[in-house]
Each structure stands twice: as C-alpha cells, then as structure tokens.
Write a protein that binds this ligand. Structure first.
Ligand SMILES: [Zn+2]
Ligand SMILES: [Zn+2]
Length: 369
C-alpha cells in the first residue's frame, strides 16, 4: 500500500467504514434468516431494541465515515466499499429489518457468534496492542491478516460443528468410564475447586496432545498450519486446522465428561480457554511477573512459536507453565522483550517475524525422527 495511512489521510475512516459496514450487513443478515445465521443458545438473550439501536448507529457511522474517507482520500476503494455495505444493509431493511422465518433448531452458521467475537476481541486487544506492543512497528493489518481472519471467521461460523466434534467423541467412546457416584461427588465440589481441576486436567491432556502433534509427522502436518503464522497478535491464534481443533478439543473434553463436572465451572472454563488462547498470542510486551510462573502469558507462548533452535518444541501448555517445568519442556529466558533490556538479550534474538517458522520446524523434525 503506497498511499498514506496517517490520521487525516482518509485511511482510518475508510477502514472503519468498511469494517462497520460489514458488521452492519452481517447483523441484518442475522435478522433476515435467524434460523440459519444465529446460535440457538444466543437467540433468546438479545435485548432486541438495544441491538437495533446499536445497528442503526453502526450503519449511520459506517456511511458517514465512508463519505469522509472518499472526500479525504485519493483512492476511493475503502470509503466506497464501506458505503456499499451500508447501502446493501439499508436496502435489505437496515436496523428496522423484520425477523423473518420461524425459529427452528437444526444446522446453522454462527454468524452472530462471529460478529460478537470479532467486536469483543478487537475492542479489547487492538487498543492493548497499540498501547503496549511487543513489536510496535507491526501494524494492525499486518501481512497475512486476511488468512487469519478467514480462520477466525470459519471457526466461528462452524461453531455448531466444532462443538459437536468436541463433545460427541468423549460421550460415545468414554461412556463406560463414567461412574455415577464419582460424577455426583465431583459436581458437588465448590465452584473454584472444580474450575481449577478442569484447568489442570484439560491442560494436562492438551499438553500431551499438543506434544504429539509436534512429534508425529502425520499430525505435525495439521499443526504446522498454526505455526505458519508469520506475525504474532490476537488474531494469529485463530490459525488452526479443523483436525487440530477437533482432536485437541475432543480429547481435552474426555476428563471433563468422565468426571462429570457441573455446567457452571465447565462454561467458565470454556470462556477462560477462548480468552487465554487469544491472549497468549497477543502482541503485548508485558512479562506479567510473577503471574507468568502460574499462567501461560504471551511471553511463554511466543517462545513456542519462535524459530530459535533452543525454543523449538518447548512450552506446550496453554494454561499452566508448570506442566512444561514438570515434563522438561519449559523455556523462558529473560530475552523476550529485548527491546526493553538490550544488554541482557544481545546474544539471542526473537526471530519470529522474519524466519520461515515451518521450514525450520520441519527440518528439526526430520532430524528428530
Ligand atoms: Zn505447537
Ligand atoms: Zn499458538
């Protein structure tokens, strides 16, 4: 992109117009066909008058920003795209679009789930990454952001399928292992005890599944997708092959199902894991001391993605670094945020962005096998 992107160039208004216009259009589609585009679990939770008011603001905002961008910017493409999305949304009914079709259960795409996730995560992580970046020179729309957004979008749209693939295998294959007396006792434990137990057991399983994905060449083919991310930020963690997601989540759910944890701590865990899996990829420079010894941080997981030979096949845990300490795969030198402490870290560089990670790891695996 050769045109300027600073404030006043029409770039920020153009990008915002396109993003808001797309969100508005997506929301209108959810109203037009809620059976196809919304999650049954969420349908009853929407405060519709407020959703419509917000949709109205989004569409008006997208249009006004599009006009501003078109006026300010030589290239009109961003502003016109945002305005076009808004106009299509308006023609389809805008914020007053009636809810159409009867609500039925059955196959659906989580378009509302995608829009909500996109708005929530970008509202939290984009400002954080702008204010406290590990790599401040890395823009929001860095190389291959589209690829990661597609992974993010597809996994959100296919939420019904991934939930099914997570829950069903454990229920079908491990029903024999489930003892009513144990399930009753576990479900009666205090919320915090159940939450911590789920965190530990699921990460223990996740640790070994993840390690196998690195060890076994046939599995590495799928997991290599995740390691092909060339830049680290909140969106990069979405880059996961469906097989990777299904196998890891399916096996992680086995102890949760067999031991019969109650619904509330399981839901809390699901929310926690999706936030933390995003957080550990974020372009945030904090080392989170002393928290980093108890909970996986961006520093911990960025090393997992690093191509440095000493960091290859390290830091497999998603939640608890103690698992890597126990099984001998922990790697946490003090050189991660070398920008902050150049003398300490002069000998080691963090070459994630400019190193072909997959090639390096593939080579490593060839040597190892
Ligand atoms: Zn990995
Ligand atoms: Zn990762």
């Amino acid at each position: 992109m050769s045109e300027p992107t600073q404030f006043g160039s029409g770039w920020i208004s153009g990008v915002l117009s396109t993003v808001l216009g797309a969100i508005g259009l997506g929301a209108v589609l959810c109203f037009l066909n809620p059976s196809l585009f919304t999650m049954p679990e969420l349908r009853g939770l929407y405060p519709l008058p407020y959703v419509r008011a917000l949709l109205h603001l989004i569409l008006v905002g997208a249009f006004v920003l599009g006009v501003i961008s078109v006026v300010l910017r030589q290239s009109k493409i961003l502003g016109l795209t945002g305005m076009a999305f808004t106009l299509i949304a308006a023609l389809l009914g805008g914020s007053q679009v009636p809810i159409q079709g009867e609500l039925r259960s059955g196959p659906f795409l989580g378009l509302d789930w995608f829009l909500l996730n996109l708005m929530a995560y970008s509202a939290v992580f984009i400002p954080l990454e702008r204010l406290f970046a590990l790599h401040p020179q890395q823009p929001i729309f860095r190389a291959t952001w589209r690829t990661d957004l597609i992974y993010f979008g597809v996994s959100s749209l296919l939420v019904q399928l991934t939930t099914l693939l997570t829950l069903r295998p454990a229920m079908v294959l491990f029903d024999w292992a489930s003892q009513p007396a144990i399930r009753h006792w576990v479900a009666g434990l205090p919320f915090v005890a159940q939450f911590v137990a789920i965190l530990f057991l699921s990460d223990l399983v996740q640790y070994w599944v993840h390690r196998l994905f690195h060890r076994v060449p046939a599995l590495w083919r799928f997991h290599a997708i995740h390691h092909s991310a060339e830049a680290m930020d909140w969106l990069a963690g979405s880059r996961l092959h469906l097989v990777d997601v299904a196998v890891t989540r399916g096996l992680t759910y086995v102890p949760i199902y067999v031991l019969g944890f109650a619904e509330a701590p399981v839901f809390a865990y699901v929310a926690f894991v999706s936030i933390q899996a995003t957080f550990i990829h974020a372009n945030i420079r904090f080392e989170f001391r002393p928290l980093r010894w108890f909970l996986a941080t961006p520093q911990f997981h960025h090393w997992h993605h690093s191509a440095e030979p000493q960091a290859v096949d390290k830091n497999f845990a998603v939640h608890l670094p103690i698992l890597d300490w126990i099984f001998g795969t922990a790697y946490m030198p003090r050189c991660w945020a070398r920008r902050l402490r150049p003398p300490v870290c002069a000998s080691v560089s963090h070459r994630l962005v400019d190193t072909p990670v997959v090639t390096s790891r593939a080579k490593h695996h060839k040597h190892a096998s």
